[in-house]
Design a protein around this ligand. Sequence first.
Ligand SMILES: C[S@@+](CC[C@H](N)C(=O)[O-])C[C@H]1O[C@@H](n2cnc3c(N)ncnc32)[C@H](O)[C@@H]1O
Length: 385
Amino acid sequence: MTPAARVQAAIEVLDRIGAGAAAEQALLGWSRGARYAGSKDRRAVRDHVFDVVRRWRSCAELGGAETGRARMIGLLRSQDADLDAVFSGQGHAPAPLTPDERVTSDPPQGFAALDLPDWLGSMFEQSLGDQASNVARTLQERAPVFLRVNGLKSTRASAQQQLRAEGIETTPVDVSPTALRVDVGARAVARSAAYLNGVVELQDAASQAVVDALPLRAGMRVLDYCAGGGGKALAMAARLGAGPVEAHDIDPKRMTDLPARAQRAAADVVQTRAPSGVYDLVLADAPCSGSGAWRRAPEGKWRLSESGLAELCETQAEILDTCAGLVAPGGILAYATCSVLNCENQDQATAFVKRHPGWTVKSQKSFLPGETGDGLFVALIEAPI
Ligand SMILES: C[S@@+](CC[C@H](N)C(=O)[O-])C[C@H]1O[C@@H](n2cnc3c(N)ncnc32)[C@H](O)[C@@H]1O
């Protein structure tokens, strides 16, 4: 495919997203009908699509309409691309620009320039103060790829060497002693021997730092109550050395890949449908807006509603209350989100200790999205003796 044909394909995918399809589904739908497209073409179309979804609002303003074509024009305009070279109408390229499409508007302002819905823009300001614009701008960009070095199998220096031998260049990231940022060869990671042998896992660097913040000690009974794919359960097992870490999720299908991942990593993680008794540490990595990770999953920014956020906050409080019953006297309830919004973070920890006299918030840590990972929050809440 020519670069222009890839843009035309992205326009078609964006129209499907604009009509309500999820981005992954829309890409899959296009990809199934595009047998002529090679892997580089598919990656390029995907990159165009996600670049626009991150900047959905400003691209529409810059392109002058809410169609896939207009948003793509808006994206290319923001990049100072030569629009006539792309919109040539030749071969599979998009049709030439109309006179209306040639008219450029003033640059987007306010929350449109930051690619946030107005209501969320206000919440960003309330939660992040003078960091709000910086965080929103960061969420307009692609996220770096990070790896976690599995301490059960390797050291960071040795993992770097193994990866380098496979053409993957990395840099240690200060936020966690296990984190590497991939500088070259990100697409090769999933088929590298280092990955397939469990030496490294794909995991955001700040997510690793959240696990670093947990007071884990060998011999503890540990539960990951919202384990999902098990990224944090695996990291906890690596820190504990000897397990097991018990992994639970309301939707066990989400843990389908966990046994294979645990085996690859030589990590002692067992699944439990019904946690019972009490644990020294319970991690509640709760479902949330995902606002700290909108570089990777940008649709969330546009699909989240005020009522949806309120529902998430209710669920978070319910999960915390349930988990409280699973923590041993003097044990730790660790509450984590990948959100930058106070209502899902500090406010939840504060409300929890108000509802549960005797419990105390021992520490809270927030990570903003940036060069060292996604935006996350973790609070350590101690149970009364
Ligand atoms: C943020 S994700 C977990 C990510 C995971 N800990 C990791 O590091 O890869 C939240 C998970 O919570 C699960 N969940 C939602 N409501 C729940 C509930 N009431 N009880 C337990 N798990 C729940 C979801 O199915 C989802 O897998």
